[in-house]
Write a protein that binds this ligand. Structure first.
Ligand SMILES: O=c1nc[nH]c2c1ncn2[C@H]1C[C@H](O)[C@@H](COP(=O)(O)OP(=O)(O)OP(=O)(O)O)O1
Ligand SMILES: [Mg+2]
Length: 200
């Protein structure tokens, strides 16, 4: 029996992310439904260790950690899944960039792994969790398929965007206007599901 989803009825939402690119995208996507946003960083909350083995497990862990401070919190755990690399970097996408968040290096690592391989398909995945202070959670997962190109192109996005060309396009997410990316990304797919379930 499917349980009845819980709706977001407050007016403040904590964005449980320390990634500025994601915080900006989440605030853009949920702008119409939420009066006030704050972030885990602004509340001085620590960045929890991502010990889960799936995107959803890590999104739940980050959202629960922030909701413990007393407000409904939303977390995003996302990454680039490359079948030819056995699914890497996957949940390790941020960690591949190291403590300096060096995505030029992380993208080079992906490209080196693809040397001599013909399958350059990839998929961005985004798990979103909304967590309440009483422990209730709602989670969804979205995806966006595409192809990896080299060299990287464009500086409009973040992370692995400059090497990802979504299916049906010939420009990378790094070259795409943010508004366009927001309509079709893995994060947009996940948000559509979560908004349907919890925000209207
Ligand atoms: O739209 C995207 N365009 C490009 N790259 C992306 C995207 N979405 C996720 N990614 C990559 C980079 C990011 O760093 C990692 C997520 O790792 P993830 O642990 O979920 O996020 P994070 O550590 O950067 O911030 P936080 O955990 O505080 O939310 O996957
Ligand atoms: Mg992280």
């Amino acid at each position: 029996m499917a349980s009845i989803p819980r709706r977001f009825t407050g007016d403040t939402l904590v964005i449980a992310s320390h990634n500025k690119g994601k915080v900006r995208e989440i605030a853009d996507l949920l702008g119409p439904y939420v009066r006030t946003f704050t972030t885990a960083g602004e509340l001085g909350l620590p960045e929890p260790e991502e010990t889960g083995t799936t995107f959803i497990a890590n999104a739940e862990l980050k959202a629960r950690a922030a909701a413990a401070a007393g407000h409904v919190a939303m977390a995003d755990d996302s990454g680039l899944v490359v079948p030819a690399l056995g699914g890497d970097p996957g949940i390790y996408s941020a960690r591949w960039a190291g403590p300096e968040k060096d995505f030029a290096m992380a993208m080079r690592k992906v490209e080196e792994g693809l040397a001599g391989k013909t399958d350059r398909s990839a998929c961005f995945v985004c798990a979103l969790t909304l967590a309440w202070p009483d422990g209730h959670v709602e989670s969804v997962e979205g995806r966006c398929s595409g192809t990896l190109v080299w060299p990287p192109r464009g500086d409009k996005g973040f992370g692995y965007d400059p090497m990802f060309v979504p299916d049906g396009f010939d420009i990378t997410f790094g070259e795409m206007e943010p508004a366009r990316k927001h309509e079709m990304s893995h994060r947009a797919d996940a948000f559509r599901q979560l908004v349907d379930r919890c925000f209207r």
